[in-house]
Design a protein around this ligand. Structure first.
Ligand SMILES: [Zn+2]
Length: 150
């Protein structure tokens, strides 16, 4: 059985929200980055889960964060790629460590949140570069993405 959400040959991959991740994607739709935090030990949790990975307390609290952080790693994507990304290459994919200590993957976008196609270089990105959150609309899916902090 084919899954239309995973048709990599013709479309962008899309998230498949479940009970644990739906609040995260709903937050992105509203332009809010939500990260879970344990209500007991206060540990920040990523990826979404039903219980705290530190103390096993259930029902971590979805908490809005600024999305500010720094580059923990990055790469420049070049061909080959999934067909849907072929016209977007090259671009920068980031691993951003939020100030809360969790790490998320996202695209490097321009200051307005638009796609940033590079010249094959890293657009001045390096380990530790301070980043600001933006939201990028990828074919109707709102994704947390980052731009260099001003
Ligand atoms: Zn905990």
């Amino acid at each position: 059985m084919s899954d239309p959400g995973l048709d990599f040959a013709t479309s962008f991959p899309v998230p498949m929200p479940d009970a644990d991740t739906q609040p995260f994607w709903d937050g992105c739709e509203r332009g809010e980055l939500l990260i879970q935090r344990c209500g007991y030990c206060k540990k920040w949790l990523w990826q979404p889960r039903p219980i705290c990975s530190g103390c096993q307390t259930p029902d971590p609290v979805w908490t809005r964060v600024s999305g500010a952080g720094f580059v923990a790693s990055w790469t420049v994507l070049r061909p080959p790629s999934l067909p849907a990304f072929a016209q977007k290459l090259p671009y920068v994919l980031l691993l951003v460590e939020l100030d809360e200590g969790v790490r998320l993957i996202g695209f490097l976008v321009d200051d307005a949140g638009g796609w940033l196609q590079t010249d094959g270089e890293a657009e001045g990105i390096h380990m530790g570069t301070r980043m600001s959150l933006r939201f990028y609309d990828q074919a109707g899916t709102i994704l947390p993405s980052w731009t260099v902090a001003s």
